[in-house]
Design a protein around this ligand. Structure first.
Ligand SMILES: *[C@@H]1O[C@H](CO)[C@@H](O)[C@H](O)[C@H]1NC(C)=O
Ligand SMILES: *[C@@H]1O[C@H](CO)[C@@H](O)[C@H](O)[C@H]1NC(C)=O
Ligand SMILES: *[C@@H]1O[C@H](CO)[C@@H](O)[C@H](O)[C@H]1NC(C)=O
Ligand SMILES: *[C@@H]1O[C@H](CO)[C@@H](O)[C@H](O)[C@H]1NC(C)=O
Ligand SMILES: *[C@@H]1O[C@H](CO)[C@@H](O)[C@H](O)[C@H]1NC(C)=O
Ligand SMILES: *[C@@H]1O[C@H](CO)[C@@H](O)[C@H](O)[C@H]1NC(C)=O
Ligand SMILES: *[C@@H]1O[C@H](CO)[C@@H](O)[C@H](O)[C@H]1NC(C)=O
Length: 229
């Protein structure tokens, strides 16, 4: 095929224009699509009486400032922005926490304190290896503590106090090498404290008052100045 010089210019220009568009698209930082889907699933499973999450449909979670969604300020090596924190306390949210929450794989702080959330703590939270703070105090959560929470090797603090959690304390909590604070008071946790938990290396606060535990308080734990049982 023969192209005139004019046509040639058009073709070259079009190619450059396409290249330019690709460059622009590459610089446009967006949230990891898996995390966007997870956030949509989380919203879907909650009742939000004040409409605080009504902007969770507009644009991109990290760049359009979805309420309570805090992201890392830079893209990671995979080229995406990632959710660092969910800060959703005191919003009267009810219904359940979707298991997709476990796909927020880079999250460090999860805060749903003082809502009216029912159902159990999703075991998928145990997949969030980066989690430092797990804050679920003051809800209506039931069911037992998932063993998977013991896999959270970076956890500093677990606060599940003032819920209706039942069942035993998981022995897997003995793996929580970095956890300083366990606030688990005012629930219906039962059984004995697993002896494996007596030697948690970073333990500072271990609150278990107003539960349904049996047996005795291990001497190792009672030496802690701040323990309540
Ligand atoms: C949630 O919604 C209520 C009612 O509109 C409002 O007063 C409150 O400031 C909102 N909170 C957040 C964190 O957006
Ligand atoms: C992002 O945050 C990190 C750590 O807080 C900081 O060192 C870095 O300078 C920030 N980057 C930008 C682009 O703001
Ligand atoms: C995308 O992120 C990179 C690295 O974090 C940054 O240098 C660049 O300015 C960002 N681009 C946009 C459009 O925000
Ligand atoms: C959230 O609610 C709790 C319990 O009602 C209250 O003690 C706390 O001050 C509230 N926090 C905020 C930030 O509104
Ligand atoms: C916790 O620390 C001990 C002692 O450093 C180590 O042997 C163990 O493997 C650690 N456990 C986990 C789950 O990292
Ligand atoms: C915890 O439970 C005790 C005993 O049922 C109760 O007196 C106390 O008010 C509860 N604390 C909170 C903060 O709900
Ligand atoms: C505590 O355990 C007893 C005996 O199993 C049970 O009858 C009672 O309902 C439990 N109480 C709570 C608050 O879970």
């Amino acid at each position: 095929m023969f192209l005139s010089e004019g046509h040639m210019h058009q073709v070259v220009f079009s190619l450059w224009f396409c290249f330019y568009l690709v460059l622009i698209a590459a610089q446009d930082n967006i949230t990891d699509p898996t995390e966007v889907e997870a956030l949509k699933a989380i919203k879907e499973r909650l009742i939000d009486p004040n409409g605080n999450l009504s902007n969770w449909i507009r644009g991109d979670p990290c760049t359009s400032r979805w309420t309570g969604v805090l992201c890392f300020n830079e893209t990671l090596i995979d080229g995406y922005l990632h959710v660092q924190e969910l800060q959703l306390m005191n919003l009267s949210l009810s219904e359940n926490l979707a298991p997709e929450i476990g796909s927020l794989a880079y999250m460090e702080r999860l805060n749903f304190m003082w809502n009216k959330i029912t159902g159990s703590i999703p075991k998928e939270i145990g997949n969030i290896k980066s989690l430092v703070l797990l804050l679920l105090s003051g809800n209506l959560l039931t069911g037992s503590l998932p063993d998977e929470l013991g896999f959270l090797s970076n956890l500093d603090r677990i606060q599940i106090d003032q819920n209706h959690i039942s069942g035993p304390l998981p022995t897997s909590f003995a793996n929580l090498n970095k956890t300083k604070h366990f606030h688990m008071n005012n629930n219906s946790i039962s059984g004995k404290i697993p002896p494996e938990l007596w030697r948690l290396p970073k333990l500072a606060h271990f609150l278990l008052d107003n539960n349904n535990l049996s047996g005795y308080l291990p001497p190792e734990l009672s030496k802690l100045p701040t323990i309540t049982y």
